[in-house]
Write a protein that binds this ligand. Sequence first.
Ligand code: AMP
Length: 317
Amino acid sequence: METREPEVIRDKEAMRRWSRGMRSQGKTIGLVPTMGFLHDGHLSLVRQSLTLSNVTVVSIYVNPGQFSPTEDLSTYPSDFSGDLAKLAAVSSSGSVIAVFNPKNLYDYDGGRNKKTISGGGRGGGKVVSCVEEGGLGHETWVSVERLEKGLCGKSRPVFFRGVATIVTKLFNIVEPDVAMFGKKDYQQWRLIKRMVRDLDFGIEIVGSDIAREKDGLAMSSRNVHLSAEDRQRALSISRSLAMAKASAEQGQTSCKELKNMIISELVGAAGRIDYVEIVDQETLQGVEDIKSGVVVCVAAWFGTVRLIDNIEINVTV
Ligand code: AMP
């Protein structure tokens, strides 16, 4: 099959011109936001976008606004030329893929006027992202106030504000018709859907199923940092989620019981648990007894790597 290297666009004005040019030719635009180091999970989103829109923009940008200064921004893996080759391989002869790879979406004056916003961060408090700490002078943030607080938001207090803000910026630059998000990051997908509804973005948000390795591990760019031993232990996450789902489908409705089952699997595999929660699929509020659709969400550390995974359970009692 003929492969086609994607066009790489690094400047936001050029990106906007490209999109508007496509739109003026009557083309619909799909957007797949990523932080690069692409794997089959990302590529499944790209394939879906290619079926839903005429042209697809894949953004590759490691967003400093969603990392706190103590997190892994500096060690986040990257392989830009590998990413381009993977995208070329999924693009068949008729499809158009552009890669948007900006240098710094928070730098508005070429770094001439670096300044830290004093009192920046959450509620004027001390919790800041790498953007405030980096002193770039950016001070407008988008917060989805309730959905950003639970699950990953508890241990990563600036994360979702950073995600909502960068996605807003990408929406404003790329002006897509449809945007793809993986359910691997379930809270992120729900939060972006809520943001789009609440702020009246004219963009359809599509949630895509979790792509897994053959042995069940949810694909993630961070898996590359797992040692062979930790990778083996980390299989306890998908295994325990599948066990919980099977148990719920056999009639176990107590979330306490289901969570204990997961916790003992993770602890038995030497995982350090950040959270195990069973929440309503839409509101992400915790539930005690399963009566309608829930999602079981896990975040746990194996070695130095924090992994997240989840499984939807759609039993009705
Ligand atoms: P990231 O590069 O990790 O920010 O991810 C970019 C997009 O790919 C997000 O919408 C993720 O939810 C999605 N994604 C990451 N891993 C997977 C996976 N294993 N299956 C499906 N989507 C994924």
